[in-house]
Design a protein around this ligand. Structure first.
Ligand SMILES: Nc1ncnc2c1ncn2[C@@H]1O[C@H](COP(=O)(O)OP(=O)(O)OP(=O)(O)O)[C@@H](O)[C@H]1O
Length: 255
């Protein structure tokens, strides 16, 4: 029997040039099924450019991306989403005038290919809403599932965005700075949510909050000038001399 592949995503030597600028420079990255993998790096290191290449928003100049054993380098965003590679805020967006539950039900419907409930529309609708309610609960929004999305706090809206991605039942979630712009309390809630998803979902997290990254990640890859210079456990990354010099600086490198 062939064992299931451990690696869900394998990016091999991705180069992205913008004119004379090389934003990712032979960047290679492997994500294992089930892990929370964080990508760290200083401003301008190429994190966003790399994520965009993985999601399909940007075509690499060279290099390949394999997902679940298939070469997806040339596939557009929607085809990657269809295969289960989903980035938050890219494909699904919050409809501010709809309720939390309606937003989630629409994402469930999108997942099911438009919800062709031709036979039993009422039942299909009920199932969709039951599914949406369980996602609302999963992301900590059960108590406000009937509220208009536009009236949610910033932190709750980010929780909803995670819910919209989860409703698509992704095989790999690309999370781009989920803690951005949050205060301590909201950020604590989001970290708890991400921790609760750990082990249940495979995630690639780009985040500037080093504290959160080192608390959450199973493995971390460090990007410097477009290159992945190290991948390892939080302890290995924290002790890596080049990483300490390049990334952690006086935050942790001096500790
Ligand atoms: N569309 C573009 N056209 C030209 N240059 C770009 C473009 N997108 C990114 N760059 C450049 O590529 C380099 C990498 O940028 P990128 O945004 O990927 O880095 P980052 O690690 O995500 O940075 P930050 O942490 O500040 O978000 C930077 O020098 C940036 O100016």
């Amino acid at each position: 029997m062939t064992p299931a592949p451990m690696e869900i995503l394998c990016a091999d030597r991705l180069v992205k040039r913008f004119g004379g600028l090389v934003a990712t420079d032979q960047a290679s990255l492997t994500i294992r099924a089930g892990e929370l993998h964080a990508l760290i790096g200083p401003n301008g290191a190429g994190k966003t450019t790399l994520i965009h290449q993985l999601s399909g928003a940007l075509a690499p100049t060279s290099g390949t991306i394999r997902f679940a054993g298939e070469d997806i380098t040339a596939l557009p965003i929607h085809a990657r989403v269809h295969r289960g590679l989903v980035r938050s805020y890219q494909v699904t967006s919050v409809f501010r005038r709809l309720s939390v539950l309606d937003n989630l039900a629409l994402a469930v419907q999108a997942r099911d290919g438009g919800g062709l409930g031709f036979w039993r529309p009422a039942r299909a609708e009920r199932e969709r809403y039951a599914d949406a309610a369980s996602v609302a609960e999963r992301v900590g929004l059960a108590a406000c599932q009937d509220r208009i999305a536009g009236a949610l706090s910033h932190g709750e809206q980010r929780q909803l965005e995670i819910g919209l991605v989860l409703a698509l039942r992704p095989r790999l979630l690309l999370l781009d700075e989920p803690l951005a712009g949050m205060g301590a309390e909201e950020s604590g809630r989001m970290v708890a949510l991400l921790r609760s998803l750990r082990g249940e979902h495979t995630m690639l997290l780009v985040e500037h909050d080093m504290d959160a990254v080192f608390r959450l990640a199973d493995r971390i890859s460090a990007l410097v000038s477009g290159r992945v210079i190290a991948t390892g456990t939080p302890d290995e990354i924290q002790g890596h001399p080049e990483v300490r010099r390049a990334y952690l600086g006086d935050e942790q490198g001096e500790a």
